[in-house]
Design a protein around this ligand. Structure first.
Ligand code: SF4
Length: 111
C-alpha cells in the first residue's frame, strides 16, 4: 500500500498499539483544560515519565492501549485536543505489520 493513499477510518489500531503517547507541555495544558482537571493533578495522576526520561506520556490501559481510546464508541475521548503523535500515524511512526491491522490501510486494497 502506498502510504499517501492511507485514509483514517478511526479503527483505533494505532491507539491500541502498545507504547508511549508522548505529550508536549502545550498538549498537556490543552488536555487538562479539556477534561477540566487541574494541571498539576493531570500531570501527577494521568501521565507518566517515559523510560528514556525525555517526555511525559498519557497512561495506558492494562492491555497497552491508550487510556483515552473508547472501545465501545470506537473513538478518542480527547479527539479535539489529541496529541500530534496521534495524527502522525502512520506517516511519522508505525509498527511492523500495521498495514495488516489498520483498516485505513486495508480499505485501499479493497477498492
Ligand atoms: S489520545 Fe486519542 S488518538 Fe491518541 S492514542 Fe489516545 S485514544 Fe488514540
Amino acid at each position: 500500500m502506498e502510504i499517501s493513499k492511507f485514509k483514517c477510518v478511526r479503527c483505533g489500531t494505532c491507539c491500541k498499539w502498545e507504547g508511549a503517547v508522548r505529550v508536549t507541555e502545550q498538549e498537556i495544558d490543552a488536555i487538562a483544560a479539556f477534561l477540566g482537571i487541574p494541571l498539576d493533578e493531570f500531570i501527577q495522576k494521568h501521565t507518566y515519565l517515559t523510560p528514556d526520561r525525555k517526555s511525559l506520556s498519557l497512561l495506558e490501559k492494562p492491555d497497552g492501549s491508550c487510556c483515552y481510546y473508547d472501545d465501545d464508541a470506537h473513538a478518542c475521548r480527547i479527539q479535539p485536543v489529541k496529541p500530534a503523535q496521534c495524527s502522525a500515524f502512520p506517516y511519522e511512526w508505525n509498527f511492523p505489520g500495521w498495514e495488516k491491522l489498520c483498516k485505513g490501510a486495508q480499505q485501499d486494497e479493497e477498492e
